[in-house]
Every structure is written in C-alpha cells, then in structure tokens.
Ligand binder design. Structure first.
Ligand code: GDP
Ligand code: IMO
Ligand code: MG
Length: 433
C-alpha cells in the first residue's frame, strides 16, 4: 500500500512544506492528520512564495486531493481566508480540498482560554495563540466539543452552543477572578449565526475523509501524509509539557486520518542542518550567544522567524542525540538535510553527540524534560566551508567540508539521506535517491 509520511524530527519548521511540495507531484492525495493553524509550511516556486497554515500543502496542486483529516482542529475563518488567498493568486480550490466531518472546530473562546492560560507567567508554554490546546482539551473531554459535521446541522449547533458558551464564560470568569484582565464574554446565538455562515462555505468540502482514504488505498492511489509540528513537540513523546497538543509523530496517522499505520510504507524524516525552536522548553544545543553571535547569524541568514506568529526562533547546533531519538520513534526510513546553505561561511561547525547530565556523560535523549533542561551538550567539531552552495546541483558539487558534514549527520542518525536542500526554492534541492 503506497503511503508515505513526511515528518519533522526536531521542534518543527524543518522545511517539511518544501519536501511535501516536491513529493506532491508523485502523489494523488496529501493528508494533514494533526494540529491546525499553528503550522506554517512554506513553499517557494521561483518568485512565488506560499505559506500554508491549516490547509495541506498539496492544495497548491489542483490535481492532488488535499485532505484535512479528523485529527486536525479547524478554525473556519482561517480555512476560508487561506482558500480565498490562494484563489486570489490564481490557485483554484474546489473539490480538490476535503475536510473531515469528524475534525474538531476551534471557536474564539478557545483562543481566549489560551490567552488567559498563557498570561500566567509560571504556566506559560509559548504557544501560538491559535486555540489549539483548548480545542484538543475539549475533544478529549468530549462534553464541550463540536465537530465539523455538527456545523451543518443548524438547530443542533445552536443547542450545543447554548450549553457550551455560558459554561465557557463562567469558566473563564472564574479563571480570571484575581487577574487584572477581564475575560471576553461570548454570546451563544451570535457565535452560532457566525459559524452557520462559515458552514455554508465549508459544506462542499466536508465529508467522511476516512472512507475516501480507504477507497483511495483500495484503488492503489499514492497518499502522502504531511505531519505538522515536529516529533519533539509530540504530546506523548516530545519535551512535555513544552509540546503541542497532538500526535505529530507518524503514530498520529492512524488516529488522525483513519488509515492504519501499515498502509504507510515510506517515512521520511526532515531535519535542518542545525536546530530551531519557537516557544519555551529545553533546547540543549541552543546558541544563546548574543546579537553578534552564531545563533543570531543563523537566525538572520535562515530567516528564522515564525511563519505563524513572526516570533524570532531560537537557534542552535544540530543535535544528533535528539534526532536519533525521534528517528527511532518515528520509524523513519530516510532523512533529508535542509537549510545547509545557512551554515556557509562559518569557520567551524559543531554537532551535538552527547550530554553531560549532572556530571555523567549520556548518549541517549532523556525522555524527561526536567532532566533535559539540566543537560549540557557535548560537541564534535567539524571544519566549515566558505563557498556559496545555493546553486549546487549534485552532492559531488558541494565543497568537501559540506559533504563531510552531511555524511556525518547521516552516519550519526544511522539513516540514508534522500534530499539535501540548499535554498528555499524547489529547484535548490539535491536529490540522492
Ligand atoms: P515547515 O513548517 O517544516 O514546513 O518549515 P517552515 O516553512 O516553517 O520553515 C522553513 C523555512 O525555510 C521556510 O521559510 C522555507 O522557505 C525555508 N527553506 C526551506 N528549505 C531551505 C533551504 O534549504 N535553505 C534556506 N535558506 N531556506 C530554506
Ligand atoms: P510547523 O508545522 C514550530 C510550537 C509553539 C509552542 C508549542 C505549542 O510549521 O512545523 P501550540 O500553539 O501548538 O499549542 O504551541 O508548539 N509549535 C510549533 N513550532 N513549528 C510548528 O509547526 C509549530 N506548531 C506549534 O511555538 O512552542
Ligand atoms: Mg513551520
């Protein structure tokens, strides 16, 4: 069964969008199975640049069926805005985009709940503010959740919101009892009217996407699963509690799309040639070396600013221990090394090969974030290169030091490398398999 998964092996933003776009040509379906508009996947075609947040990257290609699976949390205004933006630049979006009737709906009160939670400095996680966590909380709690399919039943939706909204208002008010900021209050009827309006636009796209995918597999179609976020943000296996609220590993495919895991026969792990992270949480190889340091240089050259929030991303050296851990968890067959060009011009490069944890040298990734926070990185140093590599077409065309660096990453992670990326454009890619 020809299923492929593209999954980030760090803390997100590994340039998954670029690889999904490249592989899109060989696939009939592109499926999102986790997260929501907290993702920001960038695709560059010459002078055209697209940033997709909620929609699968496949939507840029009208011949590909794009599926928002049941594991995704959908904010309808964002869905409509993204579709409109694509249409405005000449990308047709119609029957090629499907949304699961079982996906859960994000309401403005989810964003307000998140705002209030993040206002507590002690409990702040540095989330994207898109209502992701509160919506998944409601999904797991069941009583206050609304699925996309329910938006298409007006009377039912009104009744549900009349139960949920006053409860949410009371909850947020209690949450804020001793805080200075008053929570916003929501009106069930007004919210219902607003969402019934969105439902009209969503309706032609809503269906039982699990059934569609089962039929696709039965017909021998090629299906590509586009994981959002990164494996270290996975709610179970990531650096908890500094994670997102969904399963960003390929294990999320089964629950988040209804496709059994054995249908996925190729798993491609995406890594940057260094590491970045947005939001709070441990990051042992972080380069926190000031405005003239290497961390800032990587941030500027790699344009490491959040696609969704614009926040500066934290940057640091490649951490082979972290990536070995996630490559194992994700069951990857191969990896791709992205943004290699960003490291050009550095006299030497460091690769994390272990940690010092309370005086003891360890070479495994501590599954406990509080231990990870105390880990000091142990590095191997390699020579850098000064040449511009952004126009190189083959591995042999790379400077020796760059080639050695890439080989060393493959060796450390223990996986073959299938693509090396040396610029944002789809043409700036070295294909190795
Ligand atoms: P995603 O969330 O994993 O899809 O990654 P993002 O799109 O959030 O971030 C990756 C960023 O790197 C985007 O701005 C891409 O256009 C850019 N990019 C992708 N590949 C390369 C590369 O090889 N070199 C450089 N310099 N930029 C790249
Ligand atoms: P893509 O798909 C990078 C981070 C947030 C925050 C944490 C929880 O573009 O790689 P959330 O809003 O999900 O509750 O925030 O997760 N985060 C991402 N970081 N790339 C992403 O997506 C992310 N999605 C969420 O910054 O630290
Ligand atoms: Mg991103």
């Amino acid at each position: 069964m020809p299923g492929t998964c593209v999954v980030g092996l760090q803390w997100g933003d590994e340039a998954k969008g670029k690889i999904v776009d490249l592989l899109g040509d060989q696939n009939d379906f592109v499926v999102r199975f986790n997260g929501g508009a907290n993702a920001g996947h960038t695709v560059v075609w010459g002078d055209r640049k697209f940033a997709l947040s909620l929609l699968p990257t496949g939507v840029l290609k009208p011949h590909v069926q794009s599926v928002i699976g049941n594991g995704v949390v959908v904010y309808p205004p964002r869905f409509i805005e993204e579709v409109d933006k694509l249409r405005a630049v000449g990308i047709p979006v119609g029957a090629n985009l499907m949304v699961s009737n079982h996906a859960h709906v994000i309401f403005p009160y989810h964003m307000e709940e998140e705002r209030l939670a993040e206002a507590n400095v002690d409990a702040k996680l540095g989330t994207t503010g898109r209502g992701i966590g509160p919506c998944y909380q409601d999904k797991v709690g069941r009583r206050n959740a609304v699925r996309v399919g329910e938006l298409l039943r007006p009377d039912h939706l009104r009744e549900r919101l009349r139960q949920i909204v006053p409860f949410k208002n009371r909850l947020m008010h209690a949450h804020c009892a001793d805080a200075s900021a008053e929570p916003k209050a929501f009106d069930a009827n007004r919210l219902c009217d607003e969402y019934l309006g969105y439902a009209e636009t969503l309706k032609p796209h809503v269906c039982d996407t699990a059934r569609v995918l089962h039929e696709a597999f039965a017909a021998g179609k090629n299906v590509l699963f586009e994981a959002a976020q990164g494996s270290l943000l996975d709610v179970d296996h990531g650096t908890f509690p500094y994670v997102t609220s969904s399963s960003s590993l390929p294990s999320g495919i089964w629950s988040g799309s209804g496709v059994p895991s054995r249908a996925v026969t190729r798993i491609i792990g995406i890594v940057k040639a260094y590491t970045s992270r947005v939001g709070r949480g441990p990051f042992p190889t972080e380069l926190d070396d000031g405005p003239t340091g290497i961390g800032e240089r990587i941030r500027q050259i790699g344009r490491e600013f959040g696609t969704v929030t614009g926040r500066p991303r934290r940057t640091g050296w490649f951490d082979s221990i972290a990536v070995k851990y996630t490559a194992t968890l994700a069951g990857v067959d191969e990896i791709t090394v992205m943004l290699l060009d960003v490291l050009s011009g550095l006299p030497e490069l460091k690769l994390g090969i272990g940690y010092d944890l309370d005086g003891e040298r360890i070479t495994h990734f501590p599954s406990d974030s509080y231990d990870l926070e105390r880990c000091k990185p142990i590095y191997e140093t390699m020579p850098g290169w000064s040449e511009d590599i952004t126009k190189v077409k083959t591995l042999a065309g790379l400077p020796t030091a760059a080639r050695r660096y890439v080989d060393r990453i493959g060796e450390m992670v223990g996986k073959k490398i299938s693509f090396v990326s040396i610029g944002p454009d789809r043409d700036q890619t070295i294909h190795l398999s």
